[in-house]
Design a protein around this ligand. Structure first.
Ligand code: AMP
Ligand code: MG
Length: 470
């Protein structure tokens, strides 16, 4: 290659894990050809995992690889089915994306580069295979915000505006278009197994289990009970993820089984929202009329989705083993949620009784006062003062909270403060509770300048604040 032609993305050591599964699991597809390729976001932090120094990667390299789709491996549109809002849909599959390639990161783990908005595939049905620019901007922000909040999430590697116009019912149209590349451990979903059950192919279910264990659960390789252990570990990962969403005040919005990853990561951010106030019934997706995927339902839905996954898995794993695995969900969820919430309150080592009481009182305070969920924790981090230990009436004295149990809450919070190394609490509060929350009005406030004046500065400024936990 000449120096001019060299593109570091085309010289990466692409892995063939998915290809090695065989053609039963994907279709080889082409990317659309776009009229423009304008780089709007590049994630230099992720380049480090790929072993690429950011200064060696130009914007042009990004647009060639992830806008023009110059590539190295075949592009694979994955096949899957799924339960959508409780109804089985056998007409799914990657309808506007594909796996561009797979890379082993510097951390030793396998990563997918998965596109969104890259054109039609055999699974597009009557849709256009495209992504709106606003949808891309929202997904970039979600990934970065959730990552900073400690959620096990996919992130976006790039967002390229494509110069096309799209028509959408949920955005003022025509609206601008983009293509995104998502960086995650796997795009294999609960729905990948569900399709194989639908096709009555236990052989393909076993092959997929072997694949998952080999690439993502290597500590199980060679164990006689590797399959039940895989499911039990997945239960733990999904319960942990649900707890992370709940503590982060995040409502995914579309917990269909085709949006549930087999590596237990959070991904695919459409109509998501961070909750404005603590309200279990808060619902993010406008089309979720029954509030099935409301904020408060998320742990239960994750449980149900894991239970539904037993249908395909029971073709090759004894149902009693699967039931034993799922039985661990509640305890794992409760423990993780309590631990994460207590961390948001500044604590890591309260007794179970004290921790449970503080958590219950905190939830009651958040619910009764309807103070902003993120605002409450941000204020706690910002106003924290050593004097709180001896003067409970000064705890959050500058807050706007007005609620019945504020006095009770202050007393228990003071009691907890008295037990612990107070010097470390301030740092913990700041780490767990960023000052900037990705509430919908905040997203709209950076989208409006883009839509109206093509002004991207507020978007980049917001990304910076998120990455610096300001
Ligand atoms: P989602 O709600 O984004 O998880 O998508 C559900 C299914 O619809 C997936 O199979 C997508 O690939 C497909 N899909 C969503 N939007 C489009 C689109 N604009 N064009 C083609 N397929 C789409
Ligand atoms: Mg999806």
């Amino acid at each position: 290659m000449t120096a001019k032609e060299y593109n570091p993305f085309l010289s990466l050591d692409y892995q063939t894990a998915l290809e090695s599964l065989g053609e039963d699991y994907f279709d080889v597809v082409d990317a659309a050809v776009f009229p423009q390729k304008i780089l709007r976001f590049r994630n230099d932090q992720l380049l480090q995992i790929l072993g690429l120094p950011a200064e060696k990667v130009s914007d042009r390299h990004f647009t060639e690889a992830f806008g023009e789709f110059q590539g190295v491996r075949p592009f694979l549109a994955l096949r899957y089915h799924g339960y959508q809002l409780g109804h089985y849909n056998p007409y799914l599959g990657d309808g506007r994306g594909f796996i561009y390639g797979q890379i082993r990161g510097g951390d030793g783990r396998l990563y997918d580069l998965g596109t969104k908005g890259s054109g039609t595939t055999p699974y597009s049905r009557n849709a256009d295979g495209r992504l709106t620019l606003k949808g891309g901007v929202r997904e970039v922000l979600a990934g970065e915000a959730l990552f900073q909040l400690g959620v096990n999430t996919s992130r976006c590697l790039s967002l390229v505006e494509t110069g096309e116009s799209l028509w959408r019912g949920d955005e003022p149209s025509p609206t601008r278009a983009a293509v995104m590349v998502r960086f995650s451990h796997s795009h294999l979903r609960f729905g990948t197994f569900e399709r194989l059950h639908y096709l009555q192919r236990p052989d393909l279910i076993e092959r997929l289990l072997d694949h998952l264990i080999y690439y993502y659960y290597p500590e199980l390789i060679g164990l006689e009970d590797a399959y039940p252990r895989f499911y039990a570990q997945l239960v733990t990962k999904v319960a942990t993820l649900a707890a992370q969403w709940m503590a982060a005040g995040f409502c995914h919005g579309v917990l269909n089984t085709d949006n549930m990853s087999l590596t237990g990561e959070s991904f695919d951010y459409g109509p998501y929202a961070f909750i404005p106030t603590y309200n279990p019934r808060f619902t993010a997706a406008y089309f979720d009329y029954g509030s099935l995927y409301s904020y408060g339902n998320q742990p239960r839905i994750c449980y149900f989705n894991l239970e539904k996954l037993q249908i395909p898995l029971s073709m090759v794993i004894p149902i009693s083993d699967l039931e034993r695995g799922l039985a661990e969900f509640d305890e794992c969820y409760e423990n993780t949620y309590r631990q994460l919430m207590l961390q948001k309150l500044g604590f890591t080592q309260l007794s179970t009784a004290e921790g449970s009481e503080l958590l219950a009182q905190t939830i009651q305070l958040l619910q009764e006062s309807q103070i902003g969920y993120h605002q409450f924790f941000a204020e706690l981090a910002q106003q924290f003062n050593y004097a709180w230990r001896s003067h409970p009436e000064t705890i959050l004295e500058n807050s706007t909270i007005t609620a019945g149990n504020l006095a009770i809450w202050r007393n228990i919070y003071q009691r907890c403060l008295q037990q612990l190394e107070i010097e470390t609490i301030g740092d913990r509060l700041s780490t767990a509770n960023p000052q900037t929350a990705l509430l919908r009005p905040v997203i709209e406030s950076v989208w409006d300048p883009i839509a109206q004046q093509d002004d991207w500065e507020p978007f980049y400024a917001l990304l910076l604040r998120i990455s610096q936990k300001q």
